[in-house]
Design a protein around this ligand. Sequence first.
Ligand code: IVH
Length: 676
Amino acid sequence: MPSHDPRTRILELRQTLDLYNHHYHVLDEPLVPDAEYDRLYRELQDLEFAHPQLVTADSPTRRVGGAPLAAFAPVTHTVPMLSLDNQEDLRKFHADVCKGLGGLFAGEVDYVMEPKLDGLAVALHYRAGELVRAATRGDGQTGEDVTAQIRTIRSIPLRLRGEGIPEWLEVRGEVFMRLADFEACNRLLEERGEKRLANPRNAAAGSIRQLDPRVTASRPLSFYAHGLGELRGAASPPDSHWDFLQALRRWGVPVCPESQRVEGIEGCLDFHRRLMAEREQLPYEVDGVVCKVDVFDYRKRLGFRDRAPRWAVACKFPPREAVTRVVDIAVQVGRTGVLTPVANLEPVSLGGVTVARATLHNFADLASKDVRVGDRVVVMRAGDVIPAVKQVLPEEGVVRGEAVVRPTRCPTCGTPVVQEEEEVALRCPAGTTCPDQLRESIRHFASRRAMDIEGLGEKLVDLLLREGLVHSVADLYRLQAADLVGLERFGEKSAGNLLEALERSKTIALERFLFALGIRDVGEATARQLALHFGTLEAVMAADGRELEGVAEVGVKVAARLVAFFGEARQREVIAELLALGVRPRGPEATREGGRPLAGVTVVLTGTLAAMGRQEAQRRLEGLGAKVSGSVSKRTGFVVAGVEPGSKLQKARELEVEVLQEADFLQRLREWETEG
Ligand code: IVH
């Protein structure tokens, strides 16, 4: 039975939420559905709001809070944070270790082998188990206080769990971004028209060095511990690195699952070989391995040289770079008409995969690197799936080819290209009348994240186009078995499968359908917000710019794109055909129910909301049917004013719009939520 005493209940909730969090973020084994976590989280939030004296810094509700910092405060490391020497030859390292241990030593050395993660080193300070400070490495002596930013990383415990927690513990480790998170993050930034993150390392470092912790909170970061800084008041201090890592695991601190204790140099070499072979399959970017003497006593005997220990070394993998020659520079036309120069290469092995093409991003990049046909170039892969040309290697005495000329017409359909203000990209404005754009938009429409038409992959789309069987996405639903049987690699069965997959895809969530249409700048997140807000396709199509701007994730630019898209006769025609052929985009249940307490009400938030933060407030308001807008107008239902409200409060007063202070707002929020 849950306790009725708020103090006890708060403790119960924190313990439970910490446990769920640990299982979800550290062990990767969720214990409960997200909705259950959210329910308990809200209960805790409400209790803490009602009893502010019971709020503590280690509560799971305190991961994001506080206003942006003016600057990072310096933190002096009591034990310097060292760097690692690089050593290609692990046998040489082992020989040096044995020599360093001198005559005293006569057996095998145990090592701990770890992946060298490509991220940012940080130190976490735990006082009596509570995370009290986090700092970057900086120059090794002094780093920057990034406590507020580090607290947003869900896998880092705010409080250590279990037995034997020391009075003071400084854990060191790496903040990094997993490749899937990196790609998702870049997709999101692109959707919003913001700059992509260059590689996972910059992504991690750049996300921590954000003065506004809310920006850090929006970035999916991970952490693995890799070392001990300072330890005081431990009941049984570990005497080896491996034992220390095991203690961390028990206390709930994430430790890289690949790390291993091995015996002797052969074990080190085996690990190195294995990790290099598995490199491409790992969910994060690995630079190489780190080889560390396990036993602390031995480490003490080995000591340091300059700023690196003699007891550990980094052994880097060959970079995922290779040198090859450019055979040709082609121009690809993407789904939205963007022209991308692509280098066709003499095939070369790059991190174990043969590469014959690399992107040059855009014509500005191509011009600044001045890549020409016949050049010797470095190609690299840095987190991205698609390799890129990094630089040209000059060759003496070789006459180079001509510089590539920026195209003035689309290489596929001949339409004059355009370059929009503040954009680097050149575009073909022909839309789906351009064969390349048609092909890409059909591929996108059928893809897993869009209509998810199983079996309709890129090759099949090409085939259907070549055979003249489809001229638009609507034509997909006109396909008959007779059209397909007899095509390359098509029998009765495969034709039947495709038709079934098409049939299944007809019942589709509105958000996926909106995404599948391939409207410029409308990614999955925007599509979801549109679906949530409007509930039906008809409502989205009928909305004007102003209404669209009231939707989260939609700014002036995206609103204009939507209006333009749905205003085009051709697009309306294709959509009408899709509907007539039986495609049924279904809105989210909640929005279709209507009658929600704040349906049709526009709310504006201003200032810092101490109890929940703006994102959370927005989510809950939207859950009640409200529209959350960024600016106050006569049509605003009410304004919620937090701490240090901005000019919006002024505006609300001028326009006589109702203003709710945070406390009143929370009270009302609870009432609406119980009503709904
Ligand atoms: S141990 C004295 N272990 O590499 C030992 N470092 O050049 C210092 N790094 O600043 C660090 N993965 O950012 C260690 N498994 C690992 C690591 C690792 C990545 C980074 C770390 C450090 C740099 C050392």
